[in-house]
Unconditional design. Structure first.
Length: 412
């Protein structure tokens, strides 16, 4: 219960006195409530303090000697930017628990909320320097730290040693990978919101893959890889992810684009085309055309798409050579700025020798656009098989021709 009674005299007192005191603080100073005597410096409603050095304590009297609601306004008028500390009473000549550090030019309004102990419980609010201002330490959040009365950018470093799920609380952190091959999984871009960011660096001994969730992409791609010593800043736009500040490794120059396609025409951005290794996935609903920039580049294309449609790579111009990559295969290709050609032959003309995998009746090595289960395959040593619709229709062996389904039509 709040009371306003002097514990020594029993007289009714006001919860705060209206007065002013100017103090030069050249050492630790213990204040005294005015109602209890005048042997020490009294606590006034308003106190201006000029400290002669950093680190001094202004110690309040015992909280049990006054009522809750006792208020004090303390202003630091030190001319040399010295900071002092206001502390609670410990019952001895030593400072008690810290109530607030007051920087030069700042004013703190302090009041008592609990007087059941000698130290008591005190609340504070910063009134500012000349004008009211916010308490920087109370405002500092992700990516910010308080320095005196100001907020400053802060990117704390967190070292990661195993596959890591990034959460919303990783905002503004520098996530430093320090192990072998590993991965980072991003939070949902819509969950963390537009403008959320973190920094990722690979300081380990293996490649790091950054993967979004759901339908989110990174610069339009399904993932992003960091080679050794590479780093980037990754930012949410509220629905997907973008990057900037990508520091590319000088020792490991090859990077991979893993792109999901469904058909039609896709024009690669400069960032996408900068990846030497290009891997295409997805179920095609029509023929797929990939347009690369009209610049000199060496590529490795892998076609991991499904369904009976083609995947062709070309430049934006017309009348130039194009390259079709068969499904399930990889080709090294050269773009000379106009033409995209097979680097294995250096041209689109015939080759003198071609070695294929054996294939099977269900997936013949030589097949046809629109009918991938019909063609020629290699059943076993010294045999050539003919597949129709995924089934063996004929086999040539050293002893003759075997036709499992029989011969229909004609005269023999």
């Amino acid at each position: 219960m709040t009371t306003y009674t002097n514990p020594f005299t029993g007289q009714t007192i006001s919860p705060s006195s209206v007065s002013y005191e100017s103090i030069t603080l050249s050492g630790n100073l213990i204040l005294q409530w005015p109602i209890n005597g005048n042997t020490n410096t009294p606590v006034s409603s308003i106190i201006d303090v000029s400290a002669t050095a950093n680190g001094f304590y202004l110690i309040l009297p015992p909280a049990q000697q006054v009522s809750t609601g006792q208020t004090i306004l303390i202003r630091n008028i030190s001319s040399n930017s010295y900071t002092f500390t206001v502390s609670a009473n410990s019952g001895t000549t030593s400072p008690g628990p810290t109530i607030i550090n007051i920087a030069s030019g700042a004013a703190q309004f302090i009041w008592l909320t609990d007087n059941t102990t000698t130290a008591g419980t005190w609340a504070t609010v910063l009134l500012g320097a000349g004008t009211s201002s916010a308490n920087a330490s109370a405002l500092a959040g992700y990516g910010l730290s308080a320095s005196g009365l100001t907020l400053n950018e802060n990117n704390p470093v967190t070292t990661i040693y195993s596959n890591y799920q990034i959460t919303a609380t990783s905002q503004a952190q520098f996530l430093n990978w320090n192990s072998g091959v590993g991965s980072f999984t991003l939070p949902s871009a819509s969950t963390v919101g537009n403008g959320w960011f973190c920094i990722i660096g690979n300081n380990g001994s293996g490649i790091v893959t950054i993967t979004p969730v759901g339908t989110d992409t990174i610069n339009g791609n399904t993932s992003q890889q960091l080679q050794l010593t590479e780093s980037l800043v990754i930012v949410s736009n509220g629905s997907s992810w973008n990057t900037y500040g990508y520091g590319r490794s000088n020792s490991f120059a090859y990077t991979q684009l893993a792109l999901t396609v469904t058909g039609g025409t896709v024009t690669l951005s400069s960032a996408q085309a900068a990846n030497t290794i290009q891997q295409y996935n997805g179920a095609l609903s029509s023929n797929q055309i990939i347009i690369v920039p009209s610049t000199v580049q060496l590529y490795s294309f892998t076609n991991n798409t499904t369904n009976s449609f083609t995947l062709t790579v070309k430049t934006a111009g017309s009348g130039f050579s194009t390259l079709t990559i068969p499904q399930g295969q990889s080709l090294i290709a050269i773009c000379d700025g106009s033409n995209v050609i097979n680097a294995n032959s250096g041209a689109l003309s015939s080759v003198t020798s071609l070695t294929l995998s054996s294939g099977s009746a269900g997936s013949p090595s030589i097949n046809y656009i629109g009918d991938l289960t019909t063609g020629i395959y290699h059943p076993t040593s010294d045999q050539v098989g003919i597949s129709l619709g995924g089934s063996n229709a004929a086999t040539f062996t050293s002893t003759g021709l075997l036709v499992p389904v029989g011969i229909s039509g004609g005269t023999f």
